[in-house]
Design a protein. Structure first.
Length: 251
C-alpha cells in the first residue's frame, strides 16, 4: 500500500512538472520571435528577439551560431542594434547596442553557440528597431564576407496611442455637443418660432427688457408669471448657446 502511494505521488509530481515546463515554453515562444535565419557556407546564423516592448523597457536578443563544416575561421562577427529617436519632427538614428560576438576564432564542426544580450530601449525610441550583422570568415582558406540588416522588436508608440485616445474622446465630445445644440435649437424654435441665433437672442433680450420696464404698471399675476417664464427661458437659452457655440467654433 505504501509503495502504491509513493508511485502515485511521483506520477502526480511528474505531471505537474511537465505542465509547468510546457507552460514556460509556451510563454517564452510568445515573447520571442525569430527575425533572421540563414545558412552560409560552413556557418548558419539565427537571431531571435523580444517580439514587442515599450519605451523604457528591456529587450532580449539571442544569437545562435552553428558551425556546419570543417576548417572555418571567423575573423569577426559583429552585432549592432539600433532604433530611431523622434527629435521634434525628424528621426535620428540611435545605436542601442554594439558588440563583437566572435573574433579571430576557429569554429568547431557541429558545434552550436548561443549568445544572449539584454538591451535597454530609451524613452524616445519607438516603432521598429533593427539589427546589423557583419561577418568575415574563411572556409578552406577561401575568404568570405556577409553583411545583413533586418528589423527586429517593435516598440509601441505610447505617445501616439495616447493622442489617438484623446482625439477620439474629443471627437465624441464634439458630436455630443453638436447633438445638444441641435436639440436646443429645435426646442428654442418650438417655443419662440425662431432659430437660435445671435439675432433671435438679441430680439428676445429686447422683449425681456421691455416686459421688465412695463412690469411696474402691471398688477396682473398672470403677466408676472409670464415675465418670470420669459426671463428663465432667455437666460437658459443664452447660457447654453454660448457654451455650445464655443467648442463648435474651435473645432
Amino acid at each position: 500500500m505504501r509503495t502504491m502511494k509513493t508511485v502515485t505521488l511521483i506520477f502526480v509530481m511528474l505531471i505537474i512538472t511537465l505542465t509547468l515546463v510546457k507552460s514556460t515554453t509556451a510563454q517564452t515562444s510568445e515573447e520571442m520571435e525569430t527575425f533572421f535565419s540563414t545558412k552560409y557556407a560552413g556557418i548558419s546564423i539565427q537571431v531571435n528577439a523580444t517580439r514587442k516592448t515599450v519605451p523604457g523597457a528591456n529587450i532580449t536578443v539571442r544569437l545562435l551560431v552553428n558551425c556546419t563544416a570543417d576548417d572555418v575561421y571567423v575573423d569577426y562577427l559583429n552585432l549592432s542594434v539600433y532604433g530611431y529617436k523622434h527629435v521634434e519632427y525628424a528621426l535620428e538614428k540611435a545605436t542601442l547596442y554594439s558588440i563583437c560576438v566572435i573574433k579571430q576564432t576557429f569554429l568547431v564542426y557541429h558545434n552550436a553557440s548561443q549568445y544572449n544580450y539584454t538591451i535597454a530601449i530609451p524613452n524616445d525610441v519607438w516603432d521598429l528597431t533593427y539589427a546589423e550583422l557583419h561577418l568575415k570568415y574563411t572556409i578552406n582558406d577561401e575568404p568570405k564576407e556577409r553583411d545583413e540588416t533586418f528589423s527586429i522588436t517593435t516598440v509601441k508608440n505610447i505617445l501616439w496611442e495616447e493622442l489617438e485616445e484623446k482625439y477620439q474622446n474629443l471627437n465624441n465630445t464634439y458630436w455630443q455637443l453638436n447633438s445638444t445644440v441641435e436639440q436646443l435649437n429645435q426646442t428654442f424654435g418650438q417655443m419662440f418660432q425662431m432659430n437660435l441665433t445671435e439675432e433671435s437672442l438679441a430680439l428676445l433680450n429686447e422683449t425681456y427688457w421691455g416686459l421688465q420696464g412695463s412690469s411696474n404698471d402691471l398688477g396682473n399675476t398672470r403677466m408676472a408669471v409670464g415675465i418670470l417664464a420669459v426671463t428663465t427661458v432667455f437666460f437658459v437659452a443664452t447660457t447654453l448657446y454660448l457654451v455650445m457655440r464655443k467648442p463648435k467654433e474651435s473645432w
